[in-house]
Design a protein. Sequence first.
Length: 132
Amino acid sequence: MAFRLSIITPDKELVEENCEIVSFWTVEGSMGVLTHRAPIITALDIAELKAKKTDGEEVFYAVHGGYMDVDGEKVTIVTDAAEHWKEIDIARAERSRRKAEELLKKAQSDREEARAKARIERALLRIKLARR
């Protein structure tokens, strides 16, 4: 049995496909979804999402936070940003990491520091997946 996985960003619906398993990181820790899982709504962390499609192919996405809604038949992720691992531009991710590190050095408030650290975390995730 399969369920439908949807990843939605403000710009587009990134993916809509049938999957057997999805594993991901919430702000509470690692989780996974199989068909007919009990309903849950959870906050996602900046982390890799791994999906095994019904044809056996494993695909990976960089998910930059957001929320996941599981109803037993469908998994819907709503996030500000997500990328398929094969579409990540590693050079751009490296530039983003360097720029964020410079911003961190110049941070003058806790808020600026937190934003720079989140940018570094997103860039490192993208780099990790692009090198897969």
